[in-house]
Design a protein around this ligand. Sequence first.
Ligand code: C2E
Ligand code: CA
Ligand code: CA
Length: 778
Amino acid sequence: MNRQNDFQPSAAPREGSLQWVLLRHFSLQMTLVALLLLLPVVLFTGKAALESEQRLLQADADKLGLVLERDRQALQGTLRDYAGWDDSYYFVNQPHPRYGQINFTGSFLSTGVALVAILRAPREPLLQYGQPAGLSSQAWQATLAGLPEWKKLPVQGEPQVRVAQVGGQMALLGVACITRSDERAPCNGLMVMVRLLDSAYLQWLGQLVGGKVTPVLDGRASPSSALHHARQTIVPLPGSTVLALQLDKKFDHGEQLRNLLLFACILLLLFGLAALWMRRFLRRQVLNRVELFAELAHRYELGQTVQWPVEGGSEIDRLAQSFNQMVARLAAAQGALQQQMVTDPLTGLGNRYGLELAANGRIGRCRNEQGLALLLVDLDGFKLVNDSLGHGNGDALLRLVAERMRQSLREGDELFRVAGDEFALLLSVASRDEGEVLPRRLMGLLHQVFRFAGHEIKISASAGIAYRQGELSALDLMRHADLALTMAKTAGKAQFCVYAPSMSVDVEQRLQSEQALRQALAEDVLEPYFQPVVDSMTGQVVSLEMLARWSHEGRMVSPAEFVPQAEVLGLIGPLFNQLLDKGMVWFAQFREQCPHLVLQVNLSALQFADAALARNLLAQLQKHGLPAEALAVELTESCMLQYPELVDSIIAELVAAGIGLHLDDFGTGYSSLARLRELPFDVLKLDRSFVLALGQGDAVLARAVHDFASGLGLGLIAEGVETEAERRALDAIGYRWMQGYLFARPMQGSEMLPWLSVSGRHSGQCDALDDGIKSEHA
Ligand code: C2E
Ligand code: CA
Ligand code: CA
């Protein structure tokens, strides 16, 4: 058994293979899926980054706003302290030149206030302490002029602090009413404080939020302040609508990008690993197995025995199981079919194909086996058995024949039924002598009576044997045996022939003559000849025997040659009918000359297969206006012994109609006298061999036959009387009717007519067969 052990799945998938297709599609799809997954991630990350930048920027702006608010409130607090201080109040009433140096020192310096001014109401400047760089006195005066009316300020209220532009710079500008701490006296002046939001301050703010902070004056940021590729936002300033801060901040996306890249790499790696794993899994669990299946199926196609591996319970395993079962069922069916192909169903023996296989097998096993012989055995006239007893009985007989033959086999012999009634034996024989023992024994066995279903049948068989020589093939051996059998059958019944190379030629000739005979029949060239039977005492003609003649290629072919041939070819019926058609025309004319003349016609055993035989003969007689008594049929002993039942019924029909019945060639067969007595023969024809013996002085048998016929009251005709001596010897025993060259040779109708009219055999002088018999026994 060819298992899958030696199967190695191909390392690289072959183009077009399932693995190739799957992998190609699979990698394409995996890449697509990875890309599809990456795209939203990138988009989402980008969007999230933007949003987070916005949020962070806003948070920074808020932070700046808070810081500014804190500083504004701090300035408000400082202003509240100094404006509500009694010293400031008294200073306004009684100014002191060193007031500034004395009071705006120490902790005041840490408040970041760059300039303090005190004005007595309504706008009389009393003190200006501090002079920031870049602030001109005109700008300062303008700033002071822009202050709200002091009376509009709440006397006891909170100081007002807002972001304002002071001399072109952004600053926190606070103003408060100067009052006494007990708040009993009215406000006597204004205190103004300026804290510049200068570049250092803005830089500090920028450091706080990690960006760049620039002032927006008149709604416009200074262009130089913007950072490249930075995000920006506007931080509104307390108390001002025109002033604001612009925050520019750069966000570093490098890390995000790196993270994104890392994420993408990890994702791709995971996908790659998943794909690899899937591929491995697919290969191991599916593709390799499918490949193995395909390979095993291919081997199965090549005729190897294969078994698909079953490893678990998956669909593939179920498929494998089904495959295995299917293969097993197929093998069983094939086996049965093969058996059927080589077996003959009727007998259970091998058939012709089986014989061919067996012969090939034996020759193949032992190339030089020279002792191999093939014997073919054919039952003679088996068709008649089928026709007379029915096919059921024919089959039964074949089974009995097979059984009988089987019993005669030796060890190693093989028996076959190769055609309807043809058997073959494959034999191992040491010598030719040995090769002939079995056939002869076999034929002897077959010639013994078969009894079945109330029938008793005697059959004969012909056989041909061929020996294997040299490198002869099984088919040639069969052909040789066939030739030998054909020769045996041509030679007559119950014959046995050994193949000889000359047979091929003989058969070729036979085939040619068969063809010629068919043609002769088709062209209706066969002629009836007539040979008279005469009463030797009176010299008168009593009857005429119709004999077939065939003039072929300038020679007269003997009926002894072509009648058996016609029998083998199944043409004996048509042949006889053609002859009788022509013969009756002549005979009707002969009867006009000799009214009591009888026509004797020879019937072949095979004609008894035709149930209409008697009817046809009577129709012919009627057609020519002749009585049944004008016709006699001649049968041989072997004929009537071969198919007793059929012959008996037709004979009974003929005799009942009044047709005469002659037993031809009497003495040459082996029929029992008892059987002869049962049959309604009226004339016996003594075979020529007895007449010959008589001429040589041996009268015993001729006398015995004469006594036997006289005893049974049968007519007697001696055949083949050639000499006067034979005639006299027959005369001496008591034979009256004779046929032979001494009296006349067989003649054409055209010769017979004048012959009959010659004086002495003329009408009126022709004797009647019946009368003869009567007169002889009288
Ligand atoms: P058969 O029925 O015994 O016919 C007599 C044979 O003896 C004839 O041979 C005849 O020519 C021959 N014969 C007659 N007188 C003599 C003689 O004095 N000396 C010798 N040596 N022979 C003589 P034929 O015509 O060659 O026929 C041979 C056999 O062929 C016949 O033997 C008969 O069995 C068969 N046959 C002839 N015609 C037919 C036919 O139409 N149908 C059938 N079924 N058989 C036929
Ligand atoms: Ca005859
Ligand atoms: Ca004869």
